[in-house]
Design a protein around this ligand. Structure first.
Ligand SMILES: Nc1ncnc2c1ncn2[C@@H]1O[C@H](COP(=O)(O)OP(=O)(O)OP(=O)(O)O)[C@@H](O)[C@H]1O
Length: 441
């Protein structure tokens, strides 16, 4: 990185834990044992599957929410309330439609109590730097998505934040606009034309992280924890086709798709705490059995076993394919090793099977490998009328997941069980009922 490095960190998170109390009193752990230092001169990318706590971690850094345990240090001092050194760029732009570009950019400065004259000057300067010259008096609705996000950047940068936080800033833009803006921002950073000392970017895109970051932090899920802290030493501007670029992308992909590989290349941090009950609970990805079948068939058709290259061939993002891969792995249809995915013999049988055989195979896999399906099945068997209200399952789920996620888990487990004809769901009464005695278990 071209900027001078100093040893002092801007922000440090020490053994940070974030949990939420459920209405039923249960604690849901979102982030666990996070130790992270952000130093001047670096762009840090936070990568991880949906729900791994990336946005929560960013909000803790920004002081928008406080940790349940551990501490956040800003310039070596405990952070209280909003972090004065942070400005945020949101995925949704978050502009005020009734304010002009100039007024939107001035907002942060106004909030900081900057007098009118100097805030106008600073806002105009940033508008110029960020390429919005001539649009000062336009309103957000008159601008394209790319231009709106420029306003988002200008507003954040106008306050001269020490740390610029970006929560998926390019993901609402079309591919070309996103790529242009990414490189323009990188230009400004590398040429030191923007006043910020460090950047934290939350992203789903592995390539985006490798293009921009000096360090990539990979978060895992349930609860969110740091699984890897990888330095990126490739010189800017990085070429996506270069073998070193591809190798790093492949490596990150391997880590993300292998939840079993933990703490790779992480600097010395206190050891991972004992797993919480939540960590041992399977989180079912919200995918349909049809998608899993599609993945298995695809793997049989194509020789490509490397997940990252397979996703590329299909023009899919990691977040599109990862939940399907996870579900296939939970059901023990596939094996993952070093970023390669391969079919297990039972998956071969599934692929070759007719509809009834497929259902029977899924039934056996669910009853053998998915704890929640086993629990529901046992509950149904124990009841004389072989019916249970969905609330019962929701109550169990809410001891491990947030109410929203519990609903999602219920929907998935009902969908899977119905496909396999283990149980059915009676919509009007909201009851789950046993379809038939399951012999194959
Ligand atoms: N206020 C809250 N109360 C309860 N649970 C919450 C709250 N805020 C976030 N969560 C839960 O915390 C988990 C992590 O959320 P977060 O948005 O930080 O993840 P993420 O990795 O940024 O996800 P995505 O990539 O989908 O945006 C999610 O399961 C979410 O439902």
């Amino acid at each position: 990185m071209v900027l001078n490095k100093v040893t002092e960190h801007l922000i440090a998170l020490k053994s940070v834990r974030k949990s939420y109390q459920q209405p039923n009193g249960q604690e849901i752990v979102i982030l666990e044992n996070i130790n992270l230092e952000l130093r001047p001169g670096e762009i840090v990318a936070l990568l991880g599957p949906s729900g791994s706590g990336k946005s929560t971690l960013m909000r803790i850094v920004a002081g928008l929410i406080s940790p349940s345990k551990g501490e956040v240090l800003y310039h070596e001092r405990p952070l209280v309330g909003l972090n004065p050194g942070v400005a945020i760029v949101f995925q949704s732009f978050a502009l005020y439609p009734w304010l002009s570009v100039l007024e939107n950019v001035e907002l942060g400065l106004k909030a900081k109590g900057e007098p009118l004259e100097s805030r106008r000057q600073k806002a105009l300067k940033m508008i110029d730097i960020i390429g919005l010259d001539g649009f000062e008096n336009a309103y957000p609705k008159e601008l394209s998505g790319g231009m709106r996000q420029r306003v988002g950047f200008a507003r954040a940068l106008a306050v001269e934040p020490e740390l610029l936080c970006m929560d998926e800033p390019f993901s609402a833009l079309d591919v070309l606009t996103a790529e242009n803006l990414r490189f323009e921002l990188l230009d400004l950073w590398l040429e030191r034309r923007i006043p910020t000392k460090a950047v934290l970017i939350v992203t789903h895109g592995i390539e985006e992280a490798v293009i921009m970051a000096d360090r990539i932090i990979v978060l895992g899920r349930n609860p969110g924890r740091i699984r890897a802290d990888l330095p990126v030493t490739l010189p800017h501007y990085r070429d996506r086709k270069h073998p070193s670029f591809q190798a790093l992308v492949d490596r990150v992909y391997t880590i993300i798709t292998n939840p079993d590989l933990d703490k790779i290349d992480t600097p010395a941090t206190p050891s991972v705490q004992a797993a919480t009950p939540q960590a041992r609970y399977q989180s079912l990805p919200a995918v349909r059995i049809g998608s899993i079948a599609g993945l298995l068939e695809l793997l049989e058709d194509r020789q490509e076993k490397d997940l990252y290259r397979l996703a590329q061939e299909l023009q899919l993002e990691v977040d599109d394919i990862l939940p399907i891969v996870e579900a296939a792995k939970l059901m023990d249809f596939v094996e993952l090793a070093e970023g390669d995915i391969s079919l297990k013999p039972i998956a071969q049988e599934f692929i070759n099977g007719g509809i009834d055989e497929r259902k029977q195979i899924v039934r056996a896999q669910l009853l053998t490998h998915i704890r929640l399906v086993q629990q529901i099945y046992r509950l149904l068997e124990a009841k004389q009328n072989q019916r249970i209200p969905e609330e019962l399952v929701l109550d169990i789920l809410e001891t491990h997941f947030s109410p929203k996620e519990a609903e999602q888990q219920l929907e998935t487990v009902v969908d899977w069980g119905r496909y396999a004809e283990i149980y059915g769901y009676d919509e009007p009464s909201g009851q789950i009922f046993l379809e038939q005695a399951v012999v194959s278990h």
